[in-house]
Ligand binder design. Sequence first.
Ligand code: M6R
Length: 638
Amino acid sequence: MCGIIGYISGKSQKENIEVLIEGLKALEYRGYDSAGLVSISNENLIYKKSLGQVKNLEADVNKILNSSPVFGEGDYSIGIAHTRWATHGVPSELNSHPHTDCNENIFVIHNGIIENYKELKNILEKGGHIFKSQTDTEVIPHLLEKFLKENNNNSNKFDLSFLETLKIIKGAFAIAVIFKELPEMIYVAKLSSPLVIGIGENENYIASDPSALIGNTKKVIYLKDGEYAKVSKNNVNIFNFQSQSVEGEIKKEITELEWDIERAQKGDYPDFMMKEICEASEVLKKALMGRIKIDQNNPGNSFIKLGGLESIEEELKSAKRIIILGCGTSYYAGMVAEYLFKKVSKIPTEVFLASEFRYREEVFVPDTIVIAISQSGETADTIAAIKKCHDNNLTVIGIVNVVGSTISRITDSGVYNHAGPEIGVASTKAFISQLSVLALVSLYIAQIKNKSFDKNLISELNNLGDKMDAILKEENISKIKSFAEKYSNKKDFLYLGRNFNYPVALEGALKLKEISYIHAEGYAGGEMKHGPLAMIDENFPTFAIATRNKKDNVIQDKLFSNLEEIKARKGEILCIATEGDENINHITNDLIYIPETLEELEPLLVIIPMQLFAYYVGKAKNLDVDKPRNLAKSVTVE
Ligand code: M6R
C-alpha cells in the first residue's frame, strides 16, 4: 500500500516534478487517499500535499509552478513524492506525506507501518517535538531531527542520524528521506516493504514498484530487507543497517526490466480494467510461450517445459503433497489449482489463505512442496506464510507476475506469469494468467510423475486464446453490458458454481464487490439448500455458471436442480452456459454463452463474462472501476 517515488537529476525543477507526478500516477493503484511531494532545485523548494487523487496534487503544484518564473528554473533537482493508502489517521492533507520535522528541514515518505510509533512519539513529544499529523510515519523526521542535533559536530551526521533512526524504528518500512541541508542525496531504506532503485544516466530514481519507472529506465536494483542506500545523481551506495559489525558497501546486481511503456498505458481503452480484461488471449499466449511443445504429427507426444522448475524436478517427482498459498484473487486461482492438481497431477493438494496459514497450527509432513501465488509478489501475508514454510524446511515455488518482486526473490524456484503490468486494482488478467500457469504446472507435475492425463488438455490450452477472443467480440460485450445495466440497481447478488467453477463463482462475486460495492456471495451450488436459499426473493438475483461439456454432465444436472429451486422462490437468474445448450433457456432470465472447452479449462473462459459484468455494473453506477474505494493494489501491510 502507498506508492513512493523519488528522482534526482541535473534537470530543472519542472522536469523533476513531471517525473514525480507521472510516477505517482503509475503508482496510484497502491493508494489514492491523498498525495504529496517535495522538490528542491537550487534554492527553490516546493512542498505540497493534496487530498484525493494525484490529479489534485498535479493541479495544485502546477499553480505553484505557474505563479513564479523562478520555479522551474535550475540546473539540478531532487524530489520525493507519495500517494497514500491510509493506515494510521484519516485521509487528509495533514496526514499525507511527505512528513517533516519541527522546522521543515527534513522530508520523509514512507510505505509500511511503524509499530512502536506510540512510544517513540511520547518520548519525542516530551523532548519538545511538535507533531502535526496522526500518522505513525511522522516519528521518523522527528527522530532524524533529534539525532542530527545530537550529532551536529560530526562530519558524518546525516549518515549517523539515518542509521540511528533505522535502528530504533520497528515494523515494516520502505522510506525515502531528503535533508534540506544536503540536497544532493536521497536516503532510502527497506524492511518488509518493497523498494527499488532505478538507474539512469546522470539521474537516478527510487520507487516502491518498478511500474513507476517504466518509460524512464529499465535498469533497477532491488533493495533487500535490512539494506539502506544513498542515492545521488551519479551514484548509488548500498549498505546494511541490521548487521552488528560495520560492513562495507554492498555490491548489487542490476536487473533489466522486461515491461515496456505501452503495456503500462491505457491506449484507446477507457480504463485499465477494460484493457486488462481484453488482454486475456494475449496474457494466455505469454504464459504459454516457450512452455508448451506441441508435436503436430503426434499430439500425444506434446509436452510441457517449465525451465523455472527444472532445478527442483527431483523434489517434485517425489512430492507427496502440495500446499498452495495466496490471498484474494490469487487464492481463488489456487482453489482452481487444487481441483487441477488432484485431477490432472493426482497429488494430494490443499489450498490456504496466506493470512490464515501464517498464524494457524499446521502439521508439516516431509515431501511437501509449497506453491505461493501472487500477482504483485509483495503481499505481506503471502510473504509471511512463505517464511513460515521456509522455517519448516519446505521448498516453495513462486507463481508471480512482477519480475524481481520480493516473492520472486525469496522463493526457491518459480514460474513467472509474464502478464505485463496490471494497473487496475481489481485483478483480471492476472487471474487468467495464474490459471494458465497453474494448468501448465499441473500438467508438468503429471508428466514428471508419469501420471496418465488427458493429452487433449495440452492442445486445448494452446488453442484457448481464440475462444477467449470470441467471448470478447463486440456483440457479446454489448449483451453483457445490457445485463449489467439491468441488474445494477440490485443490492445483493448470489454467485453459484460447482466443481472447477466453484472458485470462479467466488472470484466473480469478489469482482462485483470490489468494482460495484454490491454485496455478492459466492457459493457452491450444492450448498444452496443448506442456508443461502433463505435469502432468495425477487430482489436477490443469482449469477450461475451452468456450463456443459462432453465428458461429464452430472454436475450441470445438479446445478439445474439448484436453479429450479431459486426460480421457484422468484429469484432472477443470469447464467453462463455452453454455446448450443438450449436446455438452460427455460430456467434462466438472461443468458451468456461461451464456447465449449474441457471442464478443467472452463474457468479460463467463464471468468471473462464475469469480469465484464462487474466492470459494466461499476460503470452503470458511475464508479471509478480502476480505483475502487478503500482498496490498494499491493497489500504490503497486514
Ligand atoms: O498481488 P497479490 O496477487 O498477492 O494480491 C492478492 C490480493 O490482494 C488481490 O488479489 C486482491 O484480492 C485483488 N484486489 C483482487 O481483485
